[in-house]
Design a protein around this ligand. Structure first.
Ligand SMILES: Cc1ncc(COP(=O)(O)O)c(C=O)c1O
Length: 406
């Protein structure tokens, strides 16, 4: 079977726009931040939403838990874990907070974070350190491009150097992205998990970007905690994420919001009721799987990955620059393209407004921009509703935008 490519998009490309809800004159280059859901997924959301409304008591008291369990079952099959190891949460921030604020960190504990970790996640670690006695963060500077081997080696060396200090402290947990946000890089999560486990360090995977973008096999990965956003690359509605906690840790992990379910039924009931909410967002994961099934995961993943690779290269060529990494397996559905700005502290880009407003006001487009390794980059998301010509267009827009540059 030939899979869709940018040169041969098959069912993908601009013909997909009719399946989404975008404004006619808007091109979405930033699927990575908040996701976008197809119309059929919105219909699925409304199915759940309307059903709840028929009889709210019947829904909450008798049906909701089973509906959530049904969706958990679908996700468990997709990412290869036991259905009882999963709960649904609203988003990765909530899931990470649930884990980090449940663990009883003790004096002397050290937490590893990466400099490329997500802001809200690193802030959660900061909060833990601020509120627990002698719990500290050790941040590892990760500057790409690096091979997987170099990344594992860098982190292992930090662990070993720390052990050699023999100062009575210990690494308790490492926060590792499956796919970092900015820059967008697929990290070697399996070798990292195995290496960190060999030093007795718990591994929490921030997989906000992973589900739907890369194949996930949690049984094989064997991490201690994994949180992934279904509302990014899986296509469900915003407010739908999954938290994986193996059974041995479940008695210790509680939702951030404590409800009447605390100490009643255990882990699952506690997460299945975090107070009165419209749980339809989470249940729209069912609709996302149905949408994907029309094309097959392999087709979606192959198209978006190839578009990110080829689109990134096309943009870099227009800009006279380069992409962050040429290692194919470190690229998911997002291209990191360098902007030709020599002075990265230029007054126009000291605050992000200029670059944001330029894109949005003049062209009704937006791709995030960030500094990394002494250069200025943009992160461009590939999706089934985009084509190579969209990347070419954005390349020209970015070129014009940074005309002030040097
Ligand atoms: C790596 C990473 N972690 C966590 C998050 C937070 O996701 P959410 O806002 O859905 O909680 C994001 C969001 O973009 C992310 O990129």
């Amino acid at each position: 079977m030939t899979l869709p490519t940018p040169a041969n998009p098959g069912p993908f490309g601009h013909k997909q726009r009719k399946n989404f809800l975008f404004d006619d004159n808007f091109t979405n280059y930033n699927h990575g931040s908040y996701g976008s859901f197809p119309k059929s997924v919105q219909e699925n959301l409304l199915k759940w939403h309307n059903h709840a409304e028929l009889n709210p008591d019947r829904w909450v008291r008798r049906e909701l838990k089973d509906a959530l369990a049904m969706v958990r079952g679908q996700v468990a099959e997709y990412i290869n874990c036991d259905v009882d190891e999963l709960v649904l949460v609203q988003n990765t921030t909530v899931g990470i907070n649930s884990v980090m604020r449940s663990i009883e960190f003790v004096p002397g504990d050290r937490i590893i974070q990466l400099s490329t970790g997500y802001g809200a996640v690193n802030k959660t670690i900061e909060y833990i350190c601020d509120t627990k006695k002698d719990v500290k963060v050790v941040e590892i500077q990760l500057v790409h491009p690096q091979t997987d081997h170099e990344i594992v080696h860098l982190i292992e060396k930090t662990v070993q150097d720390h052990l050699a200090k023999k100062d009575g402290s210990r690494f308790r947990l490492a926060m590792i992205d499956w796919i970092s946000s900015a820059p967008a890089v697929v990290l070697p999560v399996k070798p990292l998990t195995d290496m960190l486990h060999s030093y007795g360090i718990l591994v929490c995977i921030d997989a906000a970007h992973a589900i739907g973008q890369v194949p996930m096999d949690l049984r094989h990965l064997n991490a201690d905690f994994v949180i992934t956003n279904c509302h990014k690359w899986l296509y469900s509605v915003r407010g739908s994420a999954v938290l994986y906690v193996p059974k041995k840790f479940q008695k210790d992990i509680h939702p951030v919001t404590i409800t009447a379910e605390y100490k009643v039924g255990g882990f699952h009931p506690e997460f299945a009721w975090v107070g009165t909410l419209d749980y339809a967002n989470m249940l729209s994961i069912e609709g996302a799987f149905a949408f994907r099934a029309q094309y097959g995961d392999a087709a979606i993943m192959h198209y978006c990955h190839r578009l990110a690779v080829e689109g990134g290269q096309a943009m870099a060529q227009i800009l006279g620059t380069n992409v962050l990494t040429t290692l194919d397996h470190q690229i998911g559905f997002q291209a990191n393209v360098r902007l030709p700005i020599k002075d990265i502290d230029h007054s126009k880009i000291a605050t992000p407004e200029y670059l944001i407003e330029y894109q949005q006001d003049k062209y009704n487009v937006f791709a995030p921009l960030y500094k990394h390794g002494g250069y200025f980059w943009t992160r461009v998301s590939a999706q089934i509703y985009l084509e190579l010509s969209d990347f070419v267009r954005l390349g020209h827009i970015m070129k014009e935008m940074v005309e002030f540059k040097n």
